[in-house]
Design a protein around this ligand. Structure first.
Ligand SMILES: [Zn+2]
Length: 304
């Protein structure tokens, strides 16, 4: 550990038991994509699998202590649901504790466009210097997943799957088929407004179909409360994204410029890039471009 351990304070979080040995560590609720994301962990006879690392080394450490409060089993694997900093910047805490990383190898996101130094500087402004003490990137996978990978560990079956580039190019979901528990990452957000700025509406629609076909009993969204009925959150997310896509498609077909197509949406919040209004507006711009590409007959792969 670089720096004194008392620079990494903060009590552990609460662990919510979802099923035997399966826990969610709930972040902030009622704030959509803002605030601390959800994480989770699965206890097996042969070690622990953690889902997402939270936003800083300090939060990663607090999550690790949360797990220590439940089991003394070593943390074997950390699965990253995607490469946004709020889900990955605590990863170094798990790597230092001996975990290996399971992630999609495509780490590109808008957040990283300005390069790693800019990303760290931006994130220090969000989290504060103390929380970021000891930071190192630790998201390059030891076990890359680009399709479906079944992890058999200590009597449990854990399926890790890439649902397509829906929220980001590096999306993964974690599915426990026996217990029917899904960790959806940011494919699901409590308010149904999933960001597709780093992904695409079409890929999200397909991913939502994939979630429906699993028929999860419990679906943990990337941010916010666990829905009573997973299918309802999937349905409201689908209604939002298909509605937006058809509005933008209609605008493109009529030759309406993007600015005018978005005129009915409230302005984005300048200091809150992932507030509800900001997400709606940024998504609209992204989906307009996506529909324009489709209209021109360009493939999804041509999206910037
Ligand atoms: Zn995200």
């Amino acid at each position: 550990m670089s720096g004194p351990t008392d620079s990494l304070p903060g009590p552990p979080f609460a662990a919510t038991r979802l099923a035997d040995g399966i826990y969610a560590v709930m972040g902030d609720t009622g704030r959509g994509s803002e605030g601390r994301p959800n994480a989770g962990f699965i206890v097996t006879r042969d070690g622990v699998v953690v889902i997402d690392a939270l936003a800083s080394p300090r939060e990663g450490e607090a999550l690790l202590r949360t797990i220590r409060g439940v089991t003394r089993q070593p943390v074997r694997w950390l699965v990253l649901t995607h490469h946004h900093p709020d889900h990955t910047f605590g990863a170094i805490a798990f790597r230092r504790a001996g975990a290996r990383i399971i992630a999609h190898p495509d780490t590109r996101t808008l957040a990283s466009e300005g390069g790693q130094d800019a990303l760290i500087a931006d994130w220090v402004r969000v989290m504060g210097l103390d929380a970021m003490r000891g930071f190192e990137f630790a998201e390059v996978p030891d076990r890359p997943v680009t399709g479906t990978d079944t992890l058999q560990l200590g009597g449990r079956t854990i399926i890790i799957t890439h649902p397509g580039a829906a929220h980001t190019a590096g999306d993964l979901m974690v599915w426990l088929p026996r217990e029917r528990v899904l960790f959806a990452g940011d494919l699901l957000i409590e308010d149904g407004v999933t960001m597709v700025v780093d992904g695409s509406a079409r890929a999200l629609e397909r991913a939502l179909d994939g979630i429906d076909s699993l028929a999860p009993r419990i679906a943990v969204p990337g941010h916010g409360a666990i829905p009573r009925q997973p299918a309802q959150l999937v349905a409201s997310t689908r209604a939002y994204i298909t509605g937006l896509a058809s509005d933008m498609r209609a605008a493109v077909e009529k030759g309406v410029p993007m600015r005018r197509a978005m005129a009915t949406l409230p302005p984005a919040d300048s200091a809150r890039p992932v507030s509800l209004d900001s997400r709606r507006r940024r998504n609209a711009a992204r989906v307009y471009v996506e529909e324009e590409h489709a209209y021109l007959g360009l493939g999804e792969d041509s999206l910037p």
